[in-house]
Design a protein. Structure first.
Length: 134
């Protein structure tokens, strides 16, 4: 399964989204995770269309976006400020994986909740697990 996880730091600067679209055309990602899109969550659907992905998901504070190909079924396992965890399945390839996209808070004390959440997830996930972000 081809996936891209990128701390894009704004989809509107330095032609970042254009580069993403071009990479997707070349590599045909099944899953794209973006941290720090710095764009209003109401624009998510427009970006999903431009990327030509079937599904788009945003976490509760809008700082993590995920785009999922039409060949994939997905379930949101956890939606928090610092982590969005999604289980994706490709029925045709018989692949199932959990993906946690991380956008960590700046201070060590604020990150404690993230570490607790990831530890809790590690005790419950029984399939391959990809964690990416910052």
């Amino acid at each position: 399964m081809r996936a891209l996880i990128w701390n894009i730091r704004s989809v509107n600067t330095q032609k970042a989204f254009t580069r993403l679209v071009n990479m997707h055309k070349r590599y045909q990602f099944y899953f794209v995770g973006l941290m720090e899109p710095f764009e209003d969550r109401q624009e998510l659907e427009e970006y999903r269309k431009k990327l030509d992905m079937k599904h788009a998901v945003v976490n509760i504070n809008g700082k993590i976006w995920a785009f999922i190909d039409e060949l994939m079924e997905y379930t949101i396992e956890r939606d928090e400020e610092q982590v969005l965890t999604i289980k994706v399945q490709n029925q045709g390839l018989d692949i199932e994986v959990s993906i946690s996209l991380v956008y960590a808070k700046c201070t060590q004390s604020e990150r404690l909740q993230l570490w607790d959440s990831l530890e809790d997830l590690s005790n419950s996930i029984r399939i391959p697990w990809l964690v990416g972000g910052d």
